[in-house]
Design a protein around this ligand. Structure first.
Ligand code: BG6
Length: 521
């Protein structure tokens, strides 16, 4: 297929970065992987681009008994290994590290929060900001102790400065536990203090969905049931479950990815234009979409949901074990590592347009994309000239990762004396067009939280609306006979049943191939 590259019309200057408000970030669960791999690297990068104010300080609280100096060495290693060796700027790190402090504490014990409060008071007397951002980088089971401890130690209050909390996913493990967690949070905090994070919302290309849709008059007029045949949303990985068997056995693909990241991609693709780009307006429209999807009845689940689990296979040429043979996984586990769902949005814009959403581990390629399949033209005007007797419908693909960008395919006349046609593709690549791909998701989201902007965080009712869609699927599975797993080979395109899900409507998944339209690689 012929590919046309798309470049910016005007020269693009490095975008301006606004600064975070002065604050102390307190990471609860600072000995964990997330702190080392994502949070500290993101804060370090924010510091490098000048987005952190002079007053910024960080206090890590974790199980391990380490000193400030040892903590800095640990997170330095995580930060350095999160990028190419040459990209790690030692000078920058030396300027950043002294602002990182550590405190040992058991987050289950109330006494820890009294100690944190005392430490923050001491820091404040020494000139630290009274604004505090607490990051719950902990398993959900710890949240009740944290909320109680913070409340009792008066850490939830906003007296001399603001207090905000960021709550990591998973937000509960079902609707009841999510509601329970929301209620506990509401007893200690006001909603404006609460930032429920979903790191997909911080991805540059995910945020671009809104710009693409609402910043261009070319696409929005066709963004509805009159022109769109179906929508495909894919987020698949080649990775297995690594060392997370304990968590994953309980979660499965439905809870791990579908209940949050995938539903978020769906809401941004399907939502109505918000009245303004602010937290209330955007989140209101997202909730409306989730509410427009009718939760499935048990008999619909069998028809509109496909689950799968990987068997042995090859990933990038290397033999990998079946899910049931992974460390820590039961050898008769029925946890799904793949799920595909056909969602129907029952509103004026989308009635009759299926949204097929799939996610899975150990698939052929790592790929996250949203494909909008437009309808065929009403008349096959060129059919008799076209050797294939058909013109392909237009497809708009929003590539979230890798090769971040957008492609629009359309038909063109092939050069020559005959009226033959062929499909061509316009390809916009972030990297090629702008020479950069943008900040990491956690960078964007941490900066937003430090600036008090909750647009890219989930509202209380949004999280509950997500669970309302997921629960009927989980419950129906609980009543079905145990599935015949494994039902797809590692390194494949997923279970055959997922293809049948679309085939009965005359639709087809795109082939899982991240090489398609790669950005000049
Ligand atoms: C996490 C899931 O939320 O997202 C993981 O728990 C998954 O299982 C990860 O691998 C995918 O995120 P990303 O940013 O790599 O697409």
């Amino acid at each position: 297929m012929a590919v046309v590259e798309v470049s910016p019309i005007k020269a693009v200057n490095t975008p301006l970065t606004s600064k975070a408000e002065p604050c102390v970030v307190i990471i609860l669960g600072a000995s964990g992987d997330l702190t080392r791999r994502k949070l500290i690297p993101a804060l370090f990068d924010l510091n490098t681009i000048g987005a952190l104010p002079e007053e910024f300080q960080l206090l890590g609280v974790g199980q391990e008994e380490v000193t400030d100096v040892e903590f800095r060495a640990l997170v330095r290693e995580g930060t350095a290994s999160s990028r190419d060796v040459n990209e790690f700027q030692e000078d920058g790190w030396n300027g950043f590290a002294p602002r990182l402090m550590y405190m040992q504490g058991n987050l289950m014990e109330s006494a820890t929060y009294v100690k944190i409060a005392k430490r923050l008071e001491d820091m404040s007397r020494a000139g630290a900001s009274a604004n505090r951002l607490f990051y719950f980088s902990t398993p959900p089971s710890l949240a009740p102790s944290i909320i109680k401890g913070m409340n009792e130690a008066a850490l939830a209050k906003e007296e001399k400065g603001w207090t905000r909390i960021i709550v990591e996913k998973p937000f509960g493990h079902d609707l009841a536990s999510a509601q329970d967690l929301n209620t506990q949070i509401a007893q200690a905090f006001n909603e404006h203090q609460v930032y429920r994070i979903d790191h997909y919302l911080g991805k540059e290309t995910v945020r671009n969905i809104l710009v693409f849709r609402f910043g261009n008059s070319l696409f929005e007029p066709v963004w509805n049931r009159n022109y769109i045949d179906y929508v495909e949303i894919t987020a698949v990985e080649t990775l297995g479950i690594g060392s997370r068997a304990g968590y994953y056995e309980e979660a499965g693909a439905l809870r791990d990815m579908m209940a949050n990241h995938l539903l978020q991609l769906l809401t941004l693709t399907a939502m109505e234009p918000p009245v303004a780009f602010d937290a209330d307006s955007v989140r209101e429209e997202k909730v409306q979409i989730l509410r427009s999807i009718r939760p499935m009845k048990p008999e619909e689940v069998a028809k509109r949901v496909v689950r799968g689990q990987y068997g042995t296979g090859r990933i990038e040429g290397t033999e990998v074990p079946a899910y049931r043979n992974e460390n820590g996984v039961a050898n008769d586990s029925i946890t799904e590592t793949y799920v595909a769902v056909e969602f129907l949005i029952e509103n004026w814009r989308w009635a009759g347009v299926p949204f097929y959403v799939r996610t899975g581990k150990r698939l052929a390629e790592p790929l996250t994309e949203i494909a909008i399949h437009l309808k065929r033209t009403p008349q096959a005007l060129f059919a008799r000239y076209d050797r294939d007797q058909r013109i392909e419908p237009n497809v708009i693909v929003l590539r979230i990762q890798p090769s971040e960008g957008i492609t629009v395919s359309f038909d063109a006349k092939l050069p020559g004396t005959e009226m033959d046609t062929g499909t061509v593709e316009m390809n916009f690549c972030y990297q090629t067009a702008f020479g950069m791909t943008g900040p990491a998701a956690y960078e964007t989201l941490l900066l937003d939280a430090m600036q008090g902007d909750a647009t890219l965080f989930k509202r209380r009712d949004e999280v509950e609306a997500e669970w309302r869609l997921i629960m009927p699927i989980k419950e129906a599975w609980g009543k079905e006979p145990a599935p015949d797993f494994p039902n797809y080979a590692a390194g494949s395109n997923g279970p055959v049943a997922a293809d049948e899900l679309l085939a009965r409507n005359g639709h087809k998944w795109r082939f899982i191939n991240s090489n398609t339209s790669r950005c000049g690689e």
